[in-house]
Design a protein around this ligand. Structure first.
Ligand code: SIN
Ligand code: FE
Length: 288
């Protein structure tokens, strides 16, 4: 089954969907076509040219202090860009409270990013190439028993859509790829943490997700012939998905805002639908 795209009308829950949380946990991408997030006249400049130092993929703020990283511009402009990202973080929080009330107070908001570059202009190694279908996994930041919830918004001023493709459901993908992944070594996980290559101990789940991410991106035949569908997100649209569950690739577009949130597996409506539990079921045992 290919990940469903569920459009959420102004009034709330779309027909044929009993709840947005249920659709999300089942691997849908929720699209909110017309939520309000206006840019001020001063902020228009952030969608006219990239205010980025070009060293990192994106500009972002992180944590309570919301320190701005990777930005370019005058002091005034950098302060305004930081304020815009903080406002977007608030917008994402409101969206969760309003449309995903079961998660209210349970999602920890992590990084907020401004992505001003055209998706495929940048020459990246296959591992960093997000045009290839993948699930998100962070090499240095083990996620353990948490889920990755992401809230995106296309802020392109010239009508340019953000183009994605989405792939087959996580379970089908895992069945195909699990047999080829290298085994987990608790010893090397401890070593990576001791050497501070990872910020915490890499669990077996983290190990599997990293190797899935890499195996998926490296498999040219899978990339071209696996079940998939093109998706178009118009300017002004906001979309929400579990990017650790939903196979996705970004194919085009520029100027986007993104909020990452973490939700504990235990705080899901149905923890059994997490990639953590799906992988354990496919392996026939608990993960270490
Ligand atoms: C990704 O998460 O793979 C990239 C999403 C995007 O840049 O649209
Ligand atoms: Fe991704």
């Amino acid at each position: 089954m290919i990940s469903p795209i569920v459009s959420v009308p102004q009034g709330g829950v779309p027909a044929q969907t009993s709840s947005l949380v249920e659709a999300l946990e089942g691997g849908a991408v929720l699209v909110f076509p017309d939520l309000d997030f206006p840019l001020s006249p001063f902020e228009q400049r952030f969608v006219e040219r990239p205010f980025a130092d070009g060293k990192a993929k994106n500009v972002n703020i992180r944590g309570e202090a919301a320190i701005l990283k990777g930005a370019a511009g005058t002091e005034e402009e950098r302060a305004a860009l930081r304020a815009l990202l903080i406002r977007y973080r608030g917008f994402a929080e409101d969206l969760i409270r309003t449309h995903l009330p079961a998660y209210a107070g349970k999602v920890t908001l992590a990084g907020t990013s401004y992505r001003p570059f055209e998706v495929d202009q940048r020459k990246l190694s296959w591992r960093r190439d997000d045009t290839r279908l993948h699930v998100d996994a962070f090499p240095s930041n083990p996620i353990g028993e948490k889920r990755i919830l992401r809230i995106f918004r296309n802020i392109n001023p010239e009508g340019q859509p953000r183009l994605w493709r989405v792939g087959e459901d996580f379970g089908s993908m895992a069945e195909r790829f699990l047999p080829r992944l290298p085994g987990y070594s608790p010893l090397s996980a401890r070593l990576l943490a001791a050497l501070r290559i990872t910020k915490a101990r890499r669990s077996e789940y983290d190990h599997l997700m990293l190797h899935l991410h890499d195996a998926l991106k490296q498999d040219e035949a899978y990339q071209t012939s696996a079940p998939q569908a093109d998706v178009t997100f118009a300017p002004g649209q906001t979309w929400v998905t579990f990017s650790d569950l939903v196979m996705h690739g970004a194919m085009g577009g520029r100027y986007m805002l993104e909020q990452t949130g973490y939700l504990r597996v235990a705080d899901q409506a149905d923890p059994e639908r997490s990639p953590q539990r799906i992988l354990a079921r496919k392996l026939g045992r608990a993960l270490r």
